[in-house]
Ligand binder design. Structure first.
Ligand code: HDE
Length: 735
């Protein structure tokens, strides 16, 4: 499928033949009617929309004003219930393409195995807790939901940016969400876990500890949706042509690497630009910096099901990559923004049970529960079973069935026959045998007693939390502790705080003690908080106790897996009149060549004159931006410009804040004076008048006689590393 064809997706359904011909007719009418005129929904041209029809210009409104009635009625109904979770989201269109056909051995899903097919996709990223208008940068899990419009029908991979989940059984989901959402009496706090009810619940739910570690980590404050990994979370099944099944976990890896904000920055952004992540995604796609993600799988043979020390069906666990390495299978590129937020991003309806032949479920009790919830919630959102007909939800594969009628039915099913079997309709629509692409559910043997219980093999709640903690770098550990200080610091009940410390002590005494320091309670001795789940001992659990495990993994730390690139990084150039034009030009060109964007920030908007008379236009004034909106800053030399910056509180704050947020900073000559004034401490600078360039802890300084090319080369390296945590020791935020 080429780009042109894909553009059709999201406009009008390309599924229904009737609809297509109707669309063509419509296009024709519009062309004939010179579609620039405003019309009513009935197609009647409107002559005046500023005033409603009245009995005299000072008289009452008249009911016969059909334009007013229709306009107002439509407006009154322009919203649908927001998603009960994941209400705030941002979407983009694109495609997925496998690298080769090697996955054929494991699955008959064509879109995963045919390297010549680009399958159109729509991805929606989201926060979980906040409502539709809440801030993007809050500490939260991010949803990463992908709809693949495959030739065999729609497949939805509805995942998150963290591999485990909070709970093991779907029956706890309503409790989890009630606990984390704002309190029911006063609807406070918005989009935040930092309140008593969430930590009360978590502290009574030992199974949530692994996920709690991820949520306290920097993964919960991503720098960008483009710099975020995704995980299918559950173990699914792949089925090949021969009907053989294997267990599978899905992973998305961002090609830009996973990067985070710092907490102080995230909080400030929530005020200064609540749309930060949405804007970032939108702008990147508009500028042609198409986000790319690699899809990988971890495959486990059925006979190896019990070979690990955790249960593959337990969604609070990941499979360490040391035990089952990732197998990269293809690439997703997001290359087109939605044209209408409501019609596409808001109305898209994902369902983790939308499978195509070659992919199937497992008995993960969380996944099984999701299979019910999504369709149920869509019915609440759309008030109709016909939401699948909306352009964003309709498959590219042709639909053909006897489902008709209901609210907002679009497709006009023709004829008298809407039942099966039939002879009057020629037996249509016919059943598709498996070899014609008919979906056949995997014939797993199931037998058991009806019991409200979980397998004992789900009853280890700390090992992987410890694994996560042990696998972090020192800066990442410190961030987790700071996050816990914030989250638990907001908890009023000391009892809850202490219970959490008890759990932390079971994860790591080091962690518990560090958290204890900031929240005013002691680590409890001999802590034991049993899970409230009903765990039943069985054969599987006995085998798994002796299964494979690891004590540390290389693959969960963002720092250890950092991808270094300057592509799409945002650099602020701080200057005022009198800057060195030649230097700015060289640095700006080099940054842009490396794929970064460079924007000029000055006190006021307007043209800024260099020391040699050239002019550059300011992109942002200090009042409309801040260092938190950039990944790096550069201050060019130029005596008058530096003198002005030294007198500007905003400029000094800009540098100081970027320094404390561990961002790369570059300057030359007199610019070093600004660093000194902004208290850029504990860093080695180049001599202001020398020919040297020094890069130390992400601060790159050049003497006035240094080669611009050497400066830019080192500055770009510093930008590629993203954050320089080695400064944090002394300079820890807040700025
Ligand atoms: Fe969801 N989840 N979820 N979830 N979920 C929804 O569906 C639910 C879970 C995820 O951008 C809802 O259409 C239950 C895990 C994403 O539109 C709802 C359980 C994972 C999105 C729902 C879970 C997710 C949702 C709300 C436990 C990661 C946003 C609106 C059994 C694998 C999709 C909607 C979008 C949305 C239920 C757990 C991811 C209520 C009952 C685990 C990314 O149906």
């Amino acid at each position: 499928m080429d780009n042109e064809e894909m553009k059709g997706k999201g406009e009008k359904s390309s599924v229904n033949v009737n609809e297509n011909s109707k669309n063509e007719q419509l296009e024709q009418y519009r062309a004939d009617a010179k579609d620039q005129y405003m019309t009513t929904d009935q197609g009647v041209r409107v002559s005046h929309t500023e005033d409603s029809l009245k009995a005299g210009s000072r008289g009452p409104l008249l009911m016969e004003d059909f334009h007013f009635r229709e306009k107002m009625t439509h407006f009154d109904h322009e919203s649908i219930p927001e998603r009960i979770v994941h209400a705030r989201g941002s979407g983009a269109h694109g495609y997925f393409q496998p690298y080769d056909d090697t996955l054929k051995e494991f699955t008959k899903a064509k879109f995963l195995t045919d390297p010549n097919t680009k399958t159109p996709v729509f991805v929606r990223f989201s926060t979980v807790v906040g409502s539709r208008g809440s801030a993007d940068t809050v500490r939260d899990v991010r949803g990463f939901a992908t709809k693949f419009y495959t030739e065999q029908g729609n497949y939805d991979l509805v995942g998150n940016n963290m591999p485990p989940f909070f709970i093991q059984d779907a029956n706890k989901f309503a409790d989890l969400v009630h606990a984390i959402k704002p309190d029911p009496d006063n609807e406070i706090p918005q989009a935040s876990a930092a309140h008593d009810t969430f930590w009360d619940f978590a502290s009574l739910m030992p199974e949530s500890m692994h996920m709690i570690m991820w949520v306290l980590s920097d993964r919960a404050i991503p720098r960008s949706f483009r710099m975020m990994d995704g995980f299918g979370v559950h173990t699914f099944r792949l089925i090949n042509e021969a009907g053989k099944a294997r267990f599978v976990k899905f992973h998305w890896r961002s090609k830009l690497g996973a990067h985070s904000l710092v907490w102080d920055e995230a909080q400030k952004l929530a005020g200064k630009d609540a749309d930060w992540l949405r804007r970032d995604l939108w702008e990147a796609v508009e500028m042609g910096h198409y986000p790319e993600y690699e899809l990988s799988v971890q495959i486990v043979e059925e006979e190896d099901e019990f070979k690990f020390d955790f249960d593959l069906l337990d969604a609070t666990k990941l499979i360490p990559e040391e035990l089952v390495p990732l197998r990269p299978i293809g690439k997703m590129v997001l290359n087109r923004n939605p044209e209408n937020f409501f019609a596409e991003t808001e109305q898209v309806a994902f369902h983790p049970g939308n499978f195509v032949p070659g992919i199937d479920v497992t008995n993960d009790p969380l996944l099984q529960g999701r299979l019910f919830s999504y369709i149920d919630t869509q019915l609440n959102r759309f008030h109709s079973a016909n939401f699948g007909e909306l352009p964003i939800n309709s498959p590219l594969a042709r639909t053909h069935n006897n489902q008709g009628a209901g609210f907002m039915r679009h497709t006009i099913n023709k004829g008298k026959v809407n039942y099966w079997p039939n002879t009057l309709g020629g037996g249509c629509p016919m059943m598709a045998p498996e070899n014609m692409g008919g979906y056949v559910h995997y014939m797993e043997k199931v037998d058991g007693r009806k019991i409200r219980a979980r397998s004992e093999s789900f009853n280890d709640h700390y090992s992987q939390a410890t694994l996560f903690w042990n696998s972090m770098t020192e800066p990442e550990k410190k961030h987790i502790v700071k996050a816990a200080h914030f989250e638990l610091g907001k908890v009023m009940s000391k009892e809850i705080r202490q219970r959490m410390l008890g759990h932390f002590s079971k994860i790591s005494m080091e962690l518990a003690e560090m958290v204890s320091e900031g929240i005013g309670v002691e680590v409890p001795k001999n802590f034991n908080q049993e899970s409230t789940g009903n765990y039943e001992n069985n054969e599987a659990s006995k085998t798994m106790k002796k299964g494979k495990s690891v004590k540390e993994t290389q693959f969960v730390s963002m720092e250890k897996n950092k991808i270094e690139t300057a592509v799409s990084r945002k650099v602020a150039i701080l200057l005022e009149d009198g800057y060195d034009y030649c230097e700015v030009k060289q640095v700006k060109d080099a940054l842009e060549k490396a794929g970064a964007s460079a924007k000029i920030v000055s006190k006021f908007h307007g043209m800024r004159k260099s020391s040699t008379g050239e002019e550059l236009e300011t992109d942002k004034s200090h009042i409309t931006t801040g260092s938190i909106m950039y990944d790096a800053i550069y201050i060019p030399d130029g005596e008058k410009s530096i003198e002005a910056l030294l007198k500007e509180g905003d400029a000094i704050h800009f540098v100081n804040e970027a320094f404390k947020h561990c961002k790369p900073i570059g300057t030359s000559g007199g610019g070093i004076r600004l660093l000194e004034k902004a208290e850029v401490l504990g860093v080695e600078f180049a001599d202001k008048t020398s020919g040297n360039v020094i890069s130390n802890k992400g601060v790159v300084t050049a003497g006035s006689d240094a080669e611009a090319s050497e400066f830019t080369a080192q500055f770009i390296v510093a930008i590629s590393k993203h954050r320089h945590w080695d400064r944090e020791e002394k300079m820890m935020v807040p700025a």
